[in-house]
Design a protein around this ligand. Structure first.
Ligand code: FES
Ligand code: FE2
Length: 472
């Protein structure tokens, strides 16, 4: 699958040891997060550009990757009580997940076994049975055929077949609901791997609820979309207005976990090195986003520090000091978890920007047939109750902070729009240009730097599925 081309020249006069950005050199406060050892995925140019536009590659991706990997379809609190269900449309499939007793979740293909009609149209709901809109066969919510109108008009040979709904394998981990279209796949626990699980250990996801949910279809391949969200190298060029005043994109800790998952820790509440270089040391001022973070840490304006250099410490101390007032227990978290942006990727197609109080959860998956279309979902899940969540995470006005009323998703027309928030809007603005360029016969292939190590890692795992060398 991966055609490596040529040989890059030896770096001239440079240390050829791989360079990794040293998070410990960042000027702000450190929580001492364990750094995983660097994994060397080499330096080859990835020149199989057709993976970004070929329908043939897309068909293989559905067969070899998306039908074999564990996927996240939502959260157990999206189906808060017994008999609640959610629907997840996924390529040519539509799947239903039904809450049973306790934490049990049952998964089914949303398809009638009479002649194949899709049964349920709602995204979320509560029902003891599902009735097909075509000839009204109905199924109990554990997938058993319950009623077949005009039963006497069917011959016995037809009726004695298995006519129940087709099950889908599901598993729940820390409140997230997963499915796998491969009934023989290995366990979810093994797929997540030790490091991924350990890195999210402190977060109380089972008590999170969905407070924001927008979906949009983008005119680009799912990988050109995803790749812009697993590296911070474009922050200085694309997000110089929105992010560089409050987030460093240089001293980023990159961790590569098992099975293609990974983490970047972006120092937050400190300007990017590029921003500081532009300011030539003359800018000590507090940025707007910093003021929001300070307020969210329970500080009043007269308690704000005078310079940005002291914001990080003030946020951390503020959250610890004011936790009762903020409605949150921070005692199980390290200092950097209280302020930094942990961007965690779940292979192949989801990311978590996670903080103790809330997570911005994004997914990208391909269209069933069109390699130039991505189905995108942006959701915010946050702690139940009235605690303050990070200011960059939107909350829908209809969201119920207690999670009793389930939020409907907003489907956005076109590409972009204010509902995606200012940062993602900037991404959606440039990524179509990326898609156009990778289709050029003049493009010789991708050359990744060390700030794009997770992109390299992604393809390392991707090729294992695509060339059949990954055991599933
Ligand atoms: S296809 Fe569902 S009842 Fe006929
Ligand atoms: Fe971006």
């Amino acid at each position: 699958m991966n055609k490596f081309t040529g040989r890059l020249g030896e770096p001239k006069g440079l240390n050829i040891e791989p360079w990794t950005p040293d998070y410990e050199q960042a000027p702000g406060v450190k929580g001492g997060q364990e750094k995983q050892p660097y994994v060397d995925y080499g330096t080859d140019r990835l020149s199989d550009n057709e993976k970004y536009y070929s329908a043939e590659v897309l068909a293989k991706e559905w067969d070899l990757l998306f039908s074999k990997t564990w996927q996240i379809c939502g959260h157990i609190n999206d189906i808060p009580e017994e008999h609640c269900f959610m629907k997840h449309d996924f390529g040519k499939e539509s799947l239903l997940f039904v809450r049973g007793k306790g934490d049990e979740v049952r998964g089914f293909y949303n398809v009638c076994q009479h002649r194949g009609t899709r049964i349920v149209r709602e995204h979320y709901g509560r029902a003891r049975s599902f009735t097909c809109p075509y000839h009204a066969w109905s199924y109990t919510n554990d997938g058993k055929l319950a009623h077949l109108p005009g039963r006497e008009t069917f011959r016995e040979e037809v009726l004695c077949r298995n006519l129940d709904m087709e099950p889908v394998r599901t598993a729940v981990w820390k409140g997230w609901v997963f499915f796998n279209l491969n009934p023989d796949a290995g366990s979810l626990e093994d797929y997540l791997g030790e490091r991924f699980r350990a890195s999210l250990d402190a977060f109380d996801y089972p008590n999170f609820i969905r407070l924001y949910d927008v979906r949009q279809t983008w005119d680009m391949n799912w990988k050109t979309s995803l790749e812009a969200f697993i590296e911070g190298y474009h922050v200085t060029s694309v997000h110089h207005v929105t992010l560089t005043p409050v987030m460093d994109d240089y001293y980023v800790q990159q961790d590569q976990y098992e099975n293609g998952h990974g983490r970047s820790i972006f120092p937050f509440m400190e300007p990017a090195q590029s921003y500081l270089a532009r300011a030539e040391g003359r800018d000590d001022s507090l940025k707007d986003e910093m003021k929001l973070f300070l307020t969210a840490a329970g500080l009043t304006e007269d308690e704000f520090p005078a310079r940005w250099q002291d914001v990080k410490k003030a946020v951390i101390e503020g959250k610890r000091r004011n936790q009762a007032k903020l409605g949150f227990d921070f005692s199980g978290f390290n200092d950097d978890q209280l302020v930094d942006d942990w961007n965690i990727s779940f292979f192949p197609n989801a990311t978590f920007n996670t903080h103790p109080e809330g997570v911005l959860f994004q997914r990208w998956w391909p269209d069933a047939l069109d390699p130039r279309k991505t189905h995108y979902s942006l959701q915010v899940y946050a702690m139940k109750g009235e605690c303050v969540i990070p200011s960059y995470m939107p909350i829908h006005p209809d969201a119920d902070r207690e999670g009793k009323r389930v939020l409907e998703p907003m489907f956005l027309e076109g590409m972009g729009g204010a509902a995606l928030g200012p940062v993602v809007m900037e991404d959606v603005d440039f990524v179509p240009w990326y898609q156009k360029g990778v289709e050029s016969r003049g493009f010789r292939g991708s050359n990744y730097g060390e700030h794009e190590v997770r992109n390299r890692q992604f393809y390392h795992e991707y090729y294992r599925y695509m060339n059949g060398s990954r055991e599933v």
